[in-house]
Write a protein that binds this ligand. Structure first.
Ligand SMILES: Nc1ncnc2c1ncn2[C@@H]1O[C@H](COP(=O)(O)OP(=O)(O)OP(=O)(O)O)[C@@H](O)[C@H]1O
Length: 786
């Protein structure tokens, strides 16, 4: 497991969200090692994006086909690239006979166009026919409705559930494509032959020989899907050297073209996930690991209230009521139909804010949800922070338009930006990363998207709604950081609650295609209620999935005993600190370096945790942080070990706690152990002056004090603490911290035999429960692989 940690700690390069996905072709030693875990049981994303084929070839042969397929099975999502999800029926026409007889799958859950026209109307103008007879049925979201009149449309677009803009719906695109093909005149046959040549698996000339423009458009939309069909038509017109027709079609369907480009880009960037600690080459398809977490409108902090040992833990967190849960795709939908413009999602570190954003983007881009949104643009705060650093360094300002163009080049031709009928969503993930000063009180109001502004002012104006007032906003972040935004600028707050027990099992089951392995991991994790409780945080579920799989693959005897808790918690602490260094202190993920500051921070946080444990408290306040000279930002926003609890009233003092009570117990034990390990000082010894000076600095003395506290504690607050304290002295665990908090050349710990004797002796004559815990303490000390 040590090796595993080495990898977790030292390697991995966080990938920029706006960077194009490119799959590494080479395989490093590390790749192959993790490949051992992942490669055997998961389909890895194809290497097509990094292949040697030219862009043109790829585009021609493998245009991303965006299909509308709302009711597809979730895991694995089986989608055929050729299943368009769009079906045309024109029963009375000769052209439709073909459509009906193609034998292509006609998914019932796709958008469905019924063109059933009475025979006597056949002679009528075809375009008018289309307008009158085309009906679109799309199960999610509710069917787009043809606006009755232009003036109503803008208002309706802001309501829930939404409707498609008329220029984005199928009849409009159908008609525009048909007009373009009609414009080809005699060269229409050439279009058909290009179509068959470029898309051999979908079209052949024999099928199209008799088809007219209506039929060809019908089939293209049916087989490619709406946006991709349009894209293919434009590409073919360009290839036929018909730039004017192509341009006209592009201009007419501008929104659809931009939407297509944006969706392709989002799918490329977001269909894979770098889980947990990102490592090069270790991405998986999101659909193979995603489990919808619980998201509540009435979150109370998102801290799991269960404790594996303490029946009445102090300051017990309140669980969110079951009926307050919403689906991740519905956060902009309100029951009363009132528009929700600004949404905030928050939660404890690792709870899945960024993954929720990724899933939302992918579902929109793949047309599974929120189809009424015309454009969805991610602006991760990680990128905004880099932009801020650059603009501050160069002393430059940036306008809203420039920012949009530089992150999303598709928007360069959006001359309708900011119009009331342009329903856009900006998603700004990870506000805790942003270090700017968002001064909502003093920032001047600016509403012109072309006015250059310092980034801080630009963001304030965007959130306030002075800039792009119709744009929906979704902000995410750790709760302590989100308090930067005044409540009046947030319409709805959601808290991600993480996984229920069923969801933990579901995650561990779907993540491993080897079902017997998944079952072994679930059973093994359940043997330690402490770890299983922590798995309500998806990040911890990921840790369990990776660590225990490695254990089972490496050792036949693995899993006979319950997992040890100390090594798991040490991994958690190290990973969180590494993430802090990378996310907030700007260190390179490949060369992370712990400094004296990290040691000082861990010690100070540990002394706060010990104080809380002694007072049997779980919550702490700003005064406590001041007493220990700690900052809210460092502890609550950045450490990954603590969180803020929501206040009932804005005037109430801010309340903080550890992400779980067991984390508090662990950090307290870590402080006691580290102080002894580095300074030979026993912080549990409260004797003073000369007596203390002459005390032997033996390991067993430190443990004796700890056992005494454990045995005399009235409410059992030292049970897990003692287990952790014992676990730290296990040789392997001691090794995990070398080079980080313990010097590489530190002498090995001496006196473990005496500690074992002490614990064994103390088991005599204490109650059954206490003895059982002491037995667990002894197990934590045993040097075994875990
Ligand atoms: N819904 C999910 N399905 C599967 N895995 C998830 C899910 N949510 C989170 N995870 C796992 O947890 C990890 C952390 O999630 P994410 O980065 O979204 O958390 P976060 O809330 O943004 O945390 P932080 O504030 O610490 O950055 C992911 O990399 C992934 O491995």
């Amino acid at each position: 497991m040590h090796q595993f940690l080495g990898r977790l700690v030292k390697v991995g390069s966080a990938r920029s969200v706006v960077e194009d996905v490119s799959w590494p072709v080479g395989s490093t030693e590390m790749d192959s090692e993790v490949e051992g875990i992942l490669g055997q049981n998961q389909e890895r994303p194809p290497s097509s994006y990094g292949s040697m084929r030219s862009d043109e070839e790829e585009e021609e042969e493998e245009d991303i086909i965006i299909t509308r397929a709302p009711n597809l099975p979730d895991k694995p999502e089986q989608r055929s690239v050729h299943s368009t999800g769009i079906q045309l029926q024109r029963g009375a026409y000769t052209e439709t006979v073909f459509t009906e007889n193609t034998g292509l799958p006609h998914p019932t859950d796709g958008a469905f166009i019924a063109l059933s026209r009475p025979k006597e109307e056949e002679e009528e103008d075809e375009e008018e026919e289309l307008d009158e007879n085309v009906r679109i049925n799309s199960p999610v979201p509710p069917p787009p409705i043809e606006p009755e009149d232009e003036s109503n449309e803008a208002m309706d677009d802001q309501q829930q559930p939404g409707r498609l803009h008329s220029v984005l719906d199928l009849p409009f695109i159908f008609k525009a494509m048909q007009n373009a093909l009609t414009g080809l005149g005699q060269e229409f046959y050439l279009f058909k032959s290009y179509l068959c040549g470029r898309h051999k698996s979908i079209f052949n000339m024999a099928d199209l020989a008799e088809s007219d423009t209506l039929d060809v458009v019908d089939k293209m939309l049916e087989r490619f899907g709406k946006l991709n069909g349009l894209h293919v038509a434009i590409r073919l017109l360009e290839s036929m050297k018909k730039p004017q027709l192509a341009e006209e079609l592009k201009t007419k369907c501008k929104r659809a073209v931009i939407q297509y480009e944006l969706k392709c880009c989002l799918i490329r960037r977001h269909n894979c996930i770098y889980e947990g600690v990102p490592r090069p080459g270790q991405q998986l398809y999101l659909k193979y690991v995603y489990v919808q977490p619980q998201i509540s409108t009435q979150g109370n902090g998102g801290v799991c209230p269960r404790h594996s040992i303490r029946h009445s833990p102090p300051d017990p967190p309140v669980e969110a009521p079951r009926d307050s849960m919403v689906h991740g795709n519905d956060i902009f939908r309100s029951a009363d139909g009132n528009p929700i413009r600004r949404v905030l999602t928050t939660g404890v570190p690792g709870i899945g804010n960024s993954v929720a954003v990724q899933k939302f983007l992918l579902d929109w881009a793949e047309e599974r949800a929120n189809l009424d949104l015309q454009f969805v643009f991610p602006f991760p705060f990680r990128e905004l922070q880099s932009l801020r650093e650059r603009t501050v360094k160069e002393n430059t300002a940036i306008s809203m338009l420039e920012m949009l163009h530089s992150y999303h080049s598709e928007t360069r031709t959006m001359d309708f930006l900011g119009e009331a009928d342009c329903k856009m969503l900006f998603i700004m993930d990870g506000i805790d990363i942003y270090k700017g000063n968002l001064d909502f009180k003093n920032t001047p109001v600016v509403s012109d998207v072309k006015t250059p502004l310092p980034l801080d002012s630009l963001l304030v104006n965007l959130i306030r709604g002075s800039l792009l007032p119709n744009t929906l906003l979704w902000l995410t972040g750790r709760r302590a950081a989100t308090t930067l935004i005044p409540p009046e600028y947030i319409d709805r707050v959601y808290e991600i609650q993480g996984y229920s027990d069923e969801q933990k099992d579901e995650y561990l089951t779907i993540r491993h295609s080897d079902k017997s392995m998944a079952e072994k991991i679930i059973q093994h994790t359940k043997k330690s209620p402490t770890i299983y409780d922590l798995c309500h945080i998806p990040f911890c579920c990921w840790m369990v999935a990776v660590m225990y799989e490695r254990g089972f693959r490496g050792d036949d005897d693995y899993g006979k005993e319950p997992p040890k808790i100390t090594s798991f918690f040490i991994h958690y602490m190290i990973i969180q600190n590494n993430r802090k260094l990378e996310k907030y202190h700007g260190q390179n993920a490949n060369t992370l370096k712990w400094t004296d500051m990290d040691e000082k921070f861990m010690r100070t946080l540990g002394s706060l945790a010990l104080k809380l444990l002694e007072k049997n408290c779980a919550n702490f306040y700003e005064d406590d942080l001041r007493e220990f000279d700690l900052s809210v930002r460092e502890v609550v926003s950045w450490s990954g070990l603590c969180t803020e609890l929501p206040q009932s009233n804005p005037e109430d003092r801010r309340v903080f706690c550890f992400t779980h009570l067991s984390i508090l117990e662990f950090i307290a034990a870590h402080y006691v152990w580290l102080t002894f390990r580095l300074d030979g000082r026993n912080v549990l010894d409260q004797s003073h002056g000369i007596t203390k000076l002459f005390k032997e600095r033996a390991l067993v003395d430190m443990y004796r004090k700890a056992v005494d506290r454990y045995l005399s504690a009235p409410v059992g607050q030292y049970d897990l603490f003692l287990r952790f304290l014992c676990g730290f002295s296990m040789k392997r665990n001691d090794g995990l911290l070398r080079g980080l908090l313990v010097p590489h050349n530190a002498l090995p710990l001496e006196g473990l035999d005496e500690v074992i004797k002490l614990l064994t002796k103390k088991m005599e004559g204490v109650g059954q429960e206490k003895a059982a815990n002491l037995k667990e303490c002894l197990r934590e000390l045993e040097n075994s692989d875990d």
